[in-house]
Design a protein around this ligand. Structure first.
Ligand code: C2E
Ligand code: MG
Ligand code: MG
Length: 268
């Protein structure tokens, strides 16, 4: 028993030290552009057209890239996430404007907003000001908010109308993951529903497919577009075509790409 406790203590101590190192490195990492925005393409369900991309953060360190799962939960806890979310938003605005100036054909890029960032005062005004600064049309930048963020935030429905007034398109991220709640569709007005990978993994199972069919139709009847996330196989793509899901994001078409690789997809 003592040995088990000692083992857990060691693991905890290691994590505490790692967390402390990441917190200490945060400001400098932000300043020296160690946080890189990668882009994962989204395709129309027929696979023929590039319809958008999702911006996903990576932390470039001397030891290699850290994935968001390693640092986002910490930054959500200590509040640093709002700075990071704002940075990603501004980076994508800047980049989209640059591609526009180069004469490339733009597609909308969605950025993630953490629930913790939503509590931040004046977030809508802040993001609107960044758009203005870069003189970017809001149709080129969309906002992904996770389902869990729509729970227990009484301001959330105001936020969605404020975001809409500012011209933003809102995506309900991770639908079907964990605490799935149909109420999320009612509390806040979204424009696109993103089916979580855990639902997509049901494809091949009869009941799972019935569920997916009805969730897709429910969302579409409520006026939302439906994007499937985490799509990895041909079988999944075929099923999603049958149920007339709108768009697909997943390794089957493309993994998240570093800037220069994604850029090649945007024809000049
Ligand atoms: P998410 O927003 O749901 O993003 C989708 C995640 O699924 C990404 O993981 C993506 O690489 C992964 N994915 C996409 N297609 C497939 C597939 O076919 N198979 C598999 N196995 N995975 C797939 P990633 O990049 O590790 O990001 C994880 C999460 O971290 C994101 O989930 C998002 O919640 C969060 N995140 C990433 N960037 C940001 C950011 O700038 N701000 C905030 N607040 N959160 C972020
Ligand atoms: Mg997302
Ligand atoms: Mg997601």
């Amino acid at each position: 028993m003592d040995r088990i406790l000692a083992f857990y203590d060691e693991v905890d101590a290691e994590q505490v030290i790692l967390n402390r190192r990441m917190e200490d490195a945060f400001d400098e990492a932000l300043r020296s552009r160690q946080f890189e925005v990668w882009y994962q393409p989204k395709y129309s369900v027929d696979g023929f057209s590039l319809v958008g991309a999702e911006a996903l953060i990576r932390w470039r360190t001397p030891e290699g890239y850290l994935s968001p799962g390693k640092f986002i939960p910490l930054f959500e806890k200590n509040g640093m996430i709002s700075k990071l979310d704002e940075y990603v938003f501004a980076e994508v605005c800047r980049q989209q404007k640059q591609w526009e100036a180069e004469g490339r054909k733009l597609v909308p890029v969605s950025v993630n907003i953490s629930r913790a960032s939503l509590y931040y005062e004046n977030i809508v005004e802040k993001y609107q000001n960044i758009l203005k600064e870069y003189q970017l049309n809001p149709e080129y930048i969309q906002l992904e908010i996770t389902e869990s963020a729509t729970i227990d935030n009484s301001n959330i429905s105001h936020l969605s109308s404020d975001f809409h007034d500012a011209g933003f398109w809102l995506l309900l991220d991770d639908f079907g993951n964990g605490y799935s709640s149909l109420a999320a569709l009612n509390v806040m007005h979204f424009d696109t529903l993103k089916l979580d990978k855990s639902l997509i993994d049901y494809i091949g199972d009869k009941n799972g497919e019935t569920l997916l069919y009805h969730v897709t139709k429910l969302a579409q009847n409520l006026g939302l577009l439906v994007t499937a996330e985490g799509v990895e196989t041909k079988e999944q793509v075929t099923f999603l075509q049958e149920v007339e899901c709108n768009d697909i994001q997943g390794y089957y078409f493309s993994k998240p790409l570093p800037l220069r690789d994604y850029e090649k997809l945007l024809s000049a």
